[in-house]
Design a binder for this molecule. Structure first.
Ligand code: CTP
Ligand code: MG
Length: 193
């Protein structure tokens, strides 16, 4: 079977479309972040915070809800034209489960990233190449692999569909940088990364 440029462009645009709720969740967490930290100030036996002050309940739930709202909007919108496809989400009701798992995975990945940073002795906001950028994506992929293995395989791993995976890995550092500069300019982030 021959693969056309159009097919490749469709795969790339589906990947961008599908990972959008993760980026929405992550950047909304910055906007909503305030109040009590998720770890309630608690420390582990290494004397360091579990997650640190950069992970708050408002950020976590505000971000998750914003990401879910966006994903459900995508499904409702694309369903008019593509009722069995939803531009990559697949058929309803499973599509809605995927739209729920993506933002939840993104912010759990972000939490896990902070957990690892604290265990490595890094303070809130200190930078760590790779982890800061890809923590959300790792979280999304873990949840999808556990709860949506078949869909995940068909969408991101199966032969030519690996282009979708590659797209996300290339796009993430660019979008991460972009949203963090905006967060910094809005005064929501102390550092532009
Ligand atoms: N934020 C939040 N709750 C979350 C995620 C983010 O309140 N679950 C807010 C915090 O105000 C945080 C900001 O968004 O400072 C930026 O997020 P991030 O870069 O992930 O946190 P850092 O402050 O850099 O902390 P860490 O070192 O733990 O990554
Ligand atoms: Mg950070």
């Amino acid at each position: 079977m021959e693969i056309t440029v159009i097919e490749i462009l469709i795969i790339i645009s589906e990947a961008v479309w599908l990972i959008f709720p993760a980026y929405i969740a992550n950047s909304s967490a910055v906007l909503f972040g305030q109040g009590k930290p998720v770890d309630m100030g608690r420390k582990l036996s290494d004397g360091r915070r579990i997650f640190g002050d950069g992970k708050t309940w408002y950020g976590l739930f505000g971000g998750i809800l914003a990401g879910i709202a966006f994903g459900f909007g995508q499904i409702l919108g694309s369903g008019i034209q593509f009722p069995n496809h939803h531009w990559g989400y697949g058929p309803v009701p499973n599509a809605y489960l995927i739209a729920l798992l993506i933002p939840v995975g993104a912010l759990l990945g972000d939490l896990l990233g902070s957990f690892i940073k604290r265990r490595l002795g890094l303070d809130r906001g200190e930078r760590i190449a790779g982890l800061d950028t890809y923590d959300l994506i790792i979280g999304v992929f873990i949840l999808l692999l556990i709860f949506q293995f078949n869909w995940f395989f068909e969408t991101f791993l199966d032969g030519i569909r690996l282009i979708a995976l590659l797209t996300i890995f290339i796009l993430t550092p660019l979008l991460h940088r972009f949203t963090n500069i905006i967060g910094y300019k809005l005064g929501k982030k102390k550092e532009p990364w």
